[in-house]
Design a protein around this ligand. Structure first.
Ligand SMILES: Cc1cc2nc3c(=O)[nH]c(=O)nc-3n(C[C@H](O)[C@H](O)[C@H](O)COP(=O)(O)O)c2cc1C
Length: 199
């Protein structure tokens, strides 16, 4: 990626996917990366769309998986348990690139994936899961910041969940004064293929 923006024309599908994969891997590691946070939309229990910001915690290009962490008591956890269909969205205003992914999410709670991620999580991040009140509970006042939690924090660990979002395609929109480029990368076959779309 360059500050001048993304140029998709002239690259093979494999090269474009490698570029996207490099950026999403970097975004997991750096809180300053424009793709470190993203929007995930779920289907609400009443069937209406729900979206919110989450932190990108894992990217596996070979498995085509995106991971984030959440509170197992949150409304989105119940929504994902009922219907795992999700839409993921990023936009980098400097690179002027939008990424959209449609995925199938699986909630991992009190299993080996959740336990491994809990042990690797920073104490400050673990602290977010120690609140006695489930996310979305009405409160009489703003609660104090949770203290950092150790790996053996019983409440934190019990509320911590990992969401794995599995996908087969990525859609890119790169904005340019000379003409916007919109591309769908299909990743489910032996090699990536690209389809140019009207922007
Ligand atoms: C910058 C930012 C990062 C966030 N990261 C997460 C996250 O990684 N996981 C999460 O569950 N909520 C995260 N949140 C809070 C969610 O956006 C949301 O408010 C909360 O999870 C409740 O969502 P729900 O009611 O749809 O379940 C973040 C919010 C912001 C503004």
């Amino acid at each position: 990626m360059t500050a001048a923006g993304w140029h998709l024309a002239g690259r093979s599908a494999a090269e474009t996917w490698a570029l996207v994969a490099t950026e999403l891997s970097a975004a997991v590691r750096s809180g300053r990366h424009p793709f470190h946070v993203f929007t995930i939309a779920t289907l609400g229990l009443d069937g209406s769309p729900r979206s919110r910001t989450v932190v990108l915690r894992g990217f596996d290009g070979a498995a085509r998986e995106i991971h984030f962490h959440t509170d197992a008591r949150s409304p989105k956890a119940a929504e994902l348990a009922r219907d795992g269909r999700v839409a993921l969205h990023w936009y980098d205003p400097t690179g002027r690139l939008q990424i959209r992914i449609t995925a199938l999410a699986t909630l991992h709670h009190e299993d080996s994936i959740a336990r491994q991620a809990w042990e690797a999580a920073a104490p400050m991040s673990r602290g977010c899961y120690t609140s006695p009140a489930a996310p979305g509970t009405p409160l009489p006042e703003v609660p104090p910041a949770p203290p950092p939690a150790g790996p053996d924090s019983t409440r934190g660990r019990a509320c911590f969940a990992v969401v794995c979002c599995r996908f087969d395609a990525v859609e890119l929109l790169a904005l340019h004064a000379t003409g916007h480029e919109r591309l769908r990368l299909d990743l489910g076959g032996d090699v990536p293929t690209a389809t140019i779309l009207a922007p």
